[in-house]
Ligand binder design. Sequence first.
Ligand SMILES: Nc1ncnc2c1ncn2[C@@H]1O[C@H](COP(=O)(O)OP(=O)(O)OP(=O)(O)O)[C@@H](O)[C@H]1O
Ligand SMILES: [Mg+2]
Length: 390
Amino acid sequence: MKILVADDDFVSRTMLQSVLRKMGYEVEACEDGAQALESMLRDDAPKMAVLDWMMPKLDGPDVIRQLRAEKEDYPYLILLTNRNETSDKVEGLESGADDYLVKPVNPGELKARVHVGERFLSLQRKLDEQSKVLINLERQQRASSLAQMAGGVAHHLNNKLQAVMGCLDLMIMEHPSQENSDKHDLIMLQRTQQAAEEAADIGKKMLAYLSQNHGVSEIIELRPLCQKVIDELLSSYPVLENMEVICRDGPVSIHANPGELHEVIRQILTNALEADPLHAPRLVLETSDTRTCLEQKTRAPHILSGNVPLHQGAFAKITLRDKGPGIPREKIDQIFDPFMSTKFTGRGMGLPVCVGIVRKLGGAIQVSCPLEGGTEVTLCLPVSASESSD
Ligand SMILES: Nc1ncnc2c1ncn2[C@@H]1O[C@H](COP(=O)(O)OP(=O)(O)OP(=O)(O)O)[C@@H](O)[C@H]1O
Ligand SMILES: [Mg+2]
């Protein structure tokens, strides 16, 4: 474990570093409060810090207050003080410190206090792991009830709609106004037919969400496929005119059904353009392994469809990043649920369809809202057998 020591006094800092190193810890050291704050706000920040009270730029209690306000995770913070009055200790602990040590620090006491911190952090880790398990369980239970409902609705809806559409076809074919000029009834029938087709399309999307659409798979190169989707959307979104598909590692292919993969790219690109119609999103294609394909987004709100794919081998990584308003934190957990939409005209079936298709391919989707703004969608798909064996 890494521990930060922040103290402007050279002798005290060196002593603390040496005791902690002898205890087997990796130690990072700095001389003022501003540097301490910067180190502790990094993504790979130490989990524990020993902070002097009096430091240039920012004092220890100020660093602690800012860390408690800005950091989502909870580092264990020990405040060093020359002051031994009860009121000073109270003030230090009230600022958010977990413990304090009075200078000059006794090495034995330092060791004991750091051990207390380690016990605290280990309990906290266990608690975090358990709450993650519970959240995943809850998500899985919700997804499985939704899947059961969607399956039932899609099945019954499709059966009834087949009958309705068959009858409508016959009525339109045999309608007398096909020949004469009064087409009012015919127009009504055609509108009914169109509405029935739209309803049937929802049924198909629900089956896609359940990974129950069956199509023939082939080896597909991703760059031309993405370009095809871009060209198709160009008439609705002229901003795509100069959109570039960035390929980091040469051609990337995957084994999938071309229609389904086309649909996935179309849905995520459409979402990005609906979020920000004035700027073309950034699309990057690359190959990656399972571990690095879906980076852990520790601070940014994010959601991952299912579990990270476990099987070994190469993955194609497709990243689409827009500069739109992002997704509200309280909504991001629901965006893979069927019929969840924040748009006036949206049906909320775009991402669920993507999840169903990607799941069938043995991949995963991650949607995150980076702290700098916008939305990033990452698709992680196993590359085709021929590529991975190269
Ligand atoms: N790039 C994005 N930027 C902001 N919000 C997004 C983005 N992508 C998805 N979302 C959020 O996720 C919700 C669900 O997306 P999804 O594609 O499933 O449905 P929709 O776009 O609302 O409707 P549909 O795709 O069926 O027309 C959206 O309503 C939106 O709130
Ligand atoms: Mg959509």
